[in-house]
Design a protein around this ligand. Structure first.
Ligand SMILES: [Zn+2]
Ligand SMILES: [Zn+2]
Length: 342
């Protein structure tokens, strides 16, 4: 079968590899669509680790082609999306339902083979943990690949404790920023302000329902946000992109007792200067979010059915033979997400 193989930073090759066979407890998926995200690009750039020789791809949707011995509750022909997290199920965090924080966590596409291949062998641990979710009928497979990114966004918004009718500032309107915008709106955010340097993306934020769009090269973010929020600041700010310099304007735009969530991964060894008195006197909650719990995956897949406009973040499609182009297209700022479609 054809697959993308990761040989090291800047080196992903399309190759013919041996077709996997499902052993006891495993599943074999015939892939329908696999999304690439910023974290795949960070691996490609050498900013994030992955195993040499692994097949990348953690935003996976496929049809069950074969069931290994002993798999129950799933059937051949079923279309499924995956939570790519392999968790131990018994550590401190797993017992709290936080499998994304598992002390022994590994992930499909980084440590184990992922879905940039015609067939994906789903490990028995993923099957037994219940990380295989049937895709609702009528939800296209390319849209269902957004389950993973949307689950991460749901985790982010829940970390923000954004109330219905609340206000949100998004710093960055890449695919994840735009998914934050759509989901926050669907969950009842009354005001969503978006700041972004890329004019095309800013325009898209407008189309997807941003209350106010700001260009940090032209606008004073703090004064624009204060003006739009009766001088209070917003309930929450999400730094959707890993730019350390955005932490300071985030703290300047959040209201007292508001939340700043650091969503995007930052380059290794980043530091930021902050005035601890701003956090202290305004009782600001600074938090982070990374990946999502299985329950957030389950709900994200259902939420995709109520935000059909999410489909528009998938802008570039490639066959597996051109898998490397899916990476290259993401190195530029043209378009939003890239997919491999089978
Ligand atoms: Zn992803
Ligand atoms: Zn664990």
């Amino acid at each position: 079968m054809k697959a993308c193989v990761f040989y090291g930073p800047g080196d992903v090759r399309v190759e013919s590899v041996t077709e996997p066979q499902p052993g006891p407890g495993e599943l074999l998926l015939r892939m329908e669509a696999t999304g690439l995200c910023q974290s795949d690009i960070r691996v490609y750039k050498g900013e994030k680790k992955a195993k040499i020789g692994v097949i990348p791809g953690h935003e996976n949707v496929g049809v069950i082609a074969e069931l290994g011995e002993g798999v129950e509750g799933l059937a051949k022909g079923q279309r499924v999306a995956l939570c790519p997290i392999i968790a131990c199920g018994r550590c401190f965090y797993c017992l709290r339902g936080l499998r994304n924080r598992c002390l022994k966590r590994t992930t499909l596409g980084y440590d184990e083979n992922g879905g940039l291949a015609e067939l994906l062998l789903v490990p028995a641990s993923i099957v037994s943990l219940g990380h295989v979710f049937p895709v609702p009928e009528g939800l296209p497979s390319d849209v269902a690949t957004l389950t993973e990114p949307l689950a991460c966004v749901l985790n982010s918004l829940e970390a923000c404790r954004l109330p219905p009718g609340g206000s949100l500032l998004l710093l960055g309107a890449g695919p994840m920023g735009l998914l934050h915008l759509m989901l926050a709106r669907a969950l009842g955010a009354a005001t969503v302000i978006v700041s972004e340097v890329n004019q095309g993306r800013l325009q898209q934020a407008k189309l997807f329902g941003a209350s106010l769009t700001l260009d940090p090269a032209r606008d004073d973010i703090q004064s624009a946000v204060l003006e739009a929020s009766d001088g209070l600041g917003v309930d929450a700010v999400v730094v959707t992109t890993g730019v350390p310099a955005l932490v300071e304007p985030a703290l300047a735009a959040v209201r007292r007792q508001g939340t700043v969530n650091l969503f995007g991964g930052f380059p290794p060894n980043s530091t930021v200067a902050l005035d601890p008195n701003v956090v202290h006197y305004s009782e600001i909650n600074i938090t982070g979010s990374q990946n999502a719990t299985p329950d957030q995956y389950r709900r994200a897949l259902q939420l995709l059915t109520v935000i059909p406009q999410a489909a528009q973040v998938n802008t570039h499609r490639f066959p597996i033979e051109e898998g490397t182009k899916a990476y290259e297209s993401r190195l530029g700022m043209d378009g939003l997400k890239s997919l491999v479609i089978f």
